[in-house]
Design a binder for this molecule. Structure first.
Ligand SMILES: [Fe+2]
Length: 228
């Protein structure tokens, strides 16, 4: 149920989700902090098996919605893990008034993970997204800003649109819609510069295969259109 992706880091695959007929594979991460408590990043649909696996890994202390697009399962996770605090980016509170959001995600790390997980917010007109770096496993964790949806899950005009959008393809890429949505290019470039300064070895993304070796190079390549 949980797949090791590095020291202190596990992933879990969720079901495909469909948005406008596009099928996306989904993946979440669980980070075990030095005190043993867990941080759940972008939780996927909660099943009894996944719940058991999380409980076996450690006590869940934080549920993180890294952008305002990944929110479908948050309520179920809150109900199952009432002791965990939910952190969400600007914009989600207005969209999901039914959720109890305990704190807003920003540039400053939550005290629970400060010194162990770094974060940078990238603002776009689609959503603000907080990109994370788990120091112990040297893993950068990106939600929607970098994707590689498997081409074989798409067909017909959707396959063409996905390829033109650069959301599918062999390499992890920033989809064209997000490039256009980064309207403040200087701010985006500065934020990405901080991300590229991380000593990244692994790259984890929500939609598509992760990069187990050469994650830093994959990040530099994905953001090359912005950094020149
Ligand atoms: Fe997504």
């Amino acid at each position: 149920m949980l797949t090791p992706f590095g020291p202190g880091l596990r992933t879990a695959d969720g079901p495909e989700v469909e948005v406008f007929g596009f099928r996306y594979p989904t993946r979440m991460a669980l980070i075990r902090l030095s005190d043993g408590r867990l941080m759940a990043w972008s939780p996927v649909r909660l099943t009894p098996g996944l719940r058991d696996a999380v409980e076996a890994f450690g006590p869940l202390a934080r549920i993180v919605a890294p952008n305002a697009l990944h929110h479908l399962s948050l309520g179920d996770w809150q109900a199952a893990f009432p002791a965990a605090r939910l952190l969400a980016p600007p914009g989600l509170a207005a969209k999901r008034g039914d959720l109890r959001i305990d704190a807003q995600l920003g540039e400053a790390p939550d005290p629970a993970w400060a010194g162990e997980v770094d974060q940078v917010m990238i603002r776009t007109r689609i959503t603000d997204e907080v990109v994370f770096f788990h120091r112990e496993s040297a893993t950068a964790i990106v939600t929607d800003l970098i994707q590689r949806v498997p081409a074989e899950t798409l067909s017909g005009w959707r396959a063409v649109v996905a390829r033109l959008d650069r959301m599918s393809g062999p390499e992890p890429q920033v989809p064209r819609k997000f490039r256009m949505a980064m309207t403040d290019r200087n701010a985006a470039r500065a934020a990405v510069g901080r991300i590229l300064d991380w000593p990244t070895q692994r790259l984890l993304i929500a939609h598509g295969a992760p990069v187990a070796v050469g994650g830093g190079a994959a990040l530099r390549s994905a953001f090359g259109w912005l950094t020149g």
